[in-house]
Design a protein around this ligand. Structure first.
Ligand SMILES: NC(=O)c1ccc[n+]([C@@H]2O[C@H](COP(=O)([O-])OP(=O)(O)OC[C@H]3O[C@@H](n4cnc5c(N)ncnc54)[C@H](O)[C@@H]3O)[C@@H](O)[C@H]2O)c1
Length: 264
């Protein structure tokens, strides 16, 4: 992936960096010259990402942290500040998918865990990151939401609620700190080809492609390009924005293609 941004001298924290979008974002920040603090629960994947960054000549270290645990998040952000001596950019991205059942059947425990991992974690990260940035000249924060944070979705009660919540939190944080050189934005990916969706049956994935005007899933690297732009000075007047990168999925219409039904 070619990277046209320069983050030399900056430190970027990426949660969920062991896989998928977070891995692509961490690798892109490193390729653009940033030191990367890679945060995840998955030690094997985290070590692989850091190894790939170092093999490419970049600078990264990982730390294990459950982002759903406020105490761990506070200690993690302190570690980043101590270890790298700074924190300029944070990509709060870790997330899980959860159950895929109609609302009435959503188990309460699954609902609570998903809200903890996909929403409460963003609140914990924002609190700790902003508290640091306020005293160190500001920074840029990108929270991974989803098109599911903008529109409805079948069987996705907790996921949709969490991703809508991430956009709400992003807007409030952006307003609260707009005069303190801290910009806070959200990324809203559509379908992205990562382990997150690779586990779905092919028939399911075909249906999702069909509902995407570009008729293909996005690449994690295409998400990373948007994250780097939002983090860069090129976006210096952009805050509180939910940037949709979805191949057209959220444009609406009747929600699926039907050109295959039209006789040639
Ligand atoms: N792939 C998609 O189609 C898609 C679409 C829209 C939004 N998203 C969002 O993008 C983000 C990344 O998804 P992905 O597709 O790269 O998934 P992924 O499963 O490839 O990566 C998610 C990473 O988050 C980590 N993680 C999960 N729970 C954690 C926790 N409690 N603490 C720390 N790390 C944790 C996992 O170990 C994993 O490395 C998620 O927030 C997801 O909701 C993904």
């Amino acid at each position: 992936m070619s990277v046209s941004f320069d983050f030399t001298g900056k430190c970027a924290l990426v949660t969920g960096g062991a896989s998928g979008i977070g891995r692509a974002s961490a690798m892109a920040f490193a390729a653009a010259g940033a030191q990367v603090a890679l945060i995840d629960l998955d030690e094997k994947g985290a070590a692989e990402t850091v190894g790939a960054i170092k093999s490419a000549g970049g600078n990264a270290e990982y730390r294990l942290c459950d982002v759903a645990d406020e105490t761990q998040v506070g200690a993690m952000v302190q570690w980043v500040a101590d270890h790298f001596g700074r924190l300029d950019i944070a990509h709060n991205n870790a997330g899980i998918e959860g159950a895929n059942v109609p609302l009435v059947q959503w188990p309460g425990d699954d609902w609570r865990r998903l809200i903890d991992v996909n929403l409460n974690s963003v609140f914990y990260c924002l609190k700790a990151e902003i508290a640091h940035m306020q005293n160190h000249g500001g920074g840029a924060i990108i929270n991974t939401s989803s098109v599911a944070g903008l529109i409805g979705g079948f069987h996705m009660a907790a996921y949709n609620a969490a991703k809508h919540g991430v956009i709400g939190l992003t807007k409030v944080a952006a307003m609260d700190y707009a005069t303190q050189s801290i910009r806070v934005n959200a990324l809203c990916p559509g379908l992205v080809d990562t382990p997150f969706i690779q586990q779905l049956p092919q028939s399911f994935r075909d249906r999702l492609d069909f509902a995407t005007p570009m008729s293909r899933p996005g690449k994690a690297e295409e998400m990373a390009q948007a994250v780097l732009w939002l983090s860069s000075d090129a976006a210096s007047y952009v805050t509180g924005h939910a940037l949709v990168v979805d191949g057209g999925t959220s444009l609406g219409g009747i929600g699926t293609r039907f050109d295959d039904l039209i006789p040639a």
